[in-house]
Design a protein around this ligand. Structure first.
Ligand code: SAH
Length: 390
């Protein structure tokens, strides 16, 4: 039977206001219900004790508050956690929590798989299956916050930052992602400030212009190469939206943000591919006039990929060149490697619709390499959300 109840977990404040207006309810219901859903994390309308009985029973009929279910949780020895989260179409996506001192960063997925097929990313090798709904995106945040509260009750705010750097290209699931971003930043939602919520894109240029119209969320751009020739090889969407157009879009986005904001430029360093001194110099020149910080990410290997991680010497040299050119840089340390939770290792469990996954598996078999990690994961030993949380 088709579930036609509205999942209130996925309604932005504006949409929830419309929902209650259509029901002929007063506008203060929006505040009440959002607090129950996002602050208190309740599962049912019966727990919303400041709503009238009549309203509760109406809501039980037509609406629901439903979080995606956790299939597997893994905890790395460095404290990183990864949840395999089952979404409506039966596939699974991955959500990762990375504690770092006082900061706790939650890395969330926006799509099941990814259509973009960046050459160094294992999610791309899974092909594309579906967009996540707003409830499935926000549900990852809600699930993580409440799960961490149970195991780390002393941390006042376990999730301090949210990054859209899990599976998928967020700007190709624009409407659902924009609503999710607004709920994550909304005080009646998760109240995380715009500086601590980052949307990462491979460079869907027209969507960056659209985003500038509706949001001031922080933006990260996956650049990975300083020239079109190399970038088109690593990030195929560059053939459609080359670097010059991408840089213009970044500047436009930045212009809309106001003072003291910067774009994050992500640069995954791959041994012998994009880690040479000339690449660093070209990168510095390219970014000379853009207010940005450069995030250097050592490539994380995954089965079937021929690329290798940057050497320590090349990483050091690359950094030094950028420093001398006055670039602001950070090096992302690899976390959660033992549970395949590092950048680019997120593969979920995707019912691929593109055939790309099958092609990749055939390559692995031909090379006698074990299947992608998730195939070995015990997705069936699942814990239901309720058991898991309570
Ligand atoms: N589609 C979005 C968000 C997902 S990827 C984007 O492209 O930005 C999040 C970041 O991890 C991106 O910068 C991506 O390039 C990087 N990444 C992907 N695979 C990686 C790998 N194997 N090693 C290191 N970083 C990787």
């Amino acid at each position: 039977m088709l579930n036609s109840r509205v999942n209130l977990l996925g309604l932005s404040q504006a949409k929830l206001a419309q929902f209650f207006q259509d029901l002929g309810e007063k506008s203060f219901r929006v505040q009440q219900v959002m607090k129950w859903i996002h602050h208190e994390g309740v599962q049912s309308f019966d727990e919303m004790t400041n709503l009238s009985k009549a309203l509760r029973s109406k809501l039980n009929e037509i609406a629901e508050v439903r979080e995606p279910e956790v299939a597997v949780e893994k905890i790395s020895k460095d404290g990183t956690r990864k949840w395999l989260v089952r979404v409506d179409n039966g596939s699974c996506v991955e959500t990762v929590f990375i504690p770092q001192g006082k900061r706790g960063t939650l890395c969330i997925s926006s799509q099941v798989g990814c259509a973009l097929d960046c050459s160094f990313c294992s999610t791309g090798k899974q092909g594309f299956s579906a967009n996540l709904s707003t409830a499935e995106i926000v549900g990852q945040v809600r699930m993580a916050i409440h799960s961490l509260k149970e195991t780390e009750p002393d941390r006042e705010r376990a999730v301090s930052n949210v990054v859209f750097m899990g599976m998928g290209e967020p700007l190709l699931n624009f409407d659902n992602v924009v609503d999710a971003v607004s709920l994550i930043m909304d005080d009646l939602g998760y109240g995380i400030s715009k500086r601590r919520v980052t949307l990462s894109t491979a460079g869907v240029v027209p969507a960056i212009y659209e985003l500038a119209k509706v949001s001031d969320v922080s933006l990260a751009v996956s650049l990975h190469a300083p020239t079109d020739e190399l970038r088109s090889e690593l990030v195929p969407i560059n053939r459609k939206y080359p670097i010059a157009q991408l840089m213009e879009a970044c500047q436009h986005y930045l212009d809309g943000l106001g003072e003291h904001r910067a774009i994050t430029i992500e640069y995954t360093l791959i041994d012998g591919v994009n880690d040479q001194p000339e690449h660093a110099r070209q990168l510095a020149a390219l970014l000379k006039n853009l207010e940005c910080k450069i995030n250097l990410i050592p490539f994380n290997p995954f089965p079937g990929s021929d690329y290798k991680k940057v050497s320590d010497d090349n990483l050091e040299q690359f950094q030094q060149i950028l420093y001398k050119k006055d670039c602001r840089i950070m090096v992302r340390t690899t976390r959660g490697e033992d549970i395949d939770a590092a950048c680019g290792q997120l593969v979920g469990k995707v019912n691929d619709r593109t055939g790309r996954h099958a092609r990749h598996q055939r390559r692995l078999e031909a090379k006698q390499i074990p299947m992608l990690p998730i195939q070995n994961d015990d997705v069936n030993s699942r814990t239901s959300n309720r058991e898991f949380r309570r």
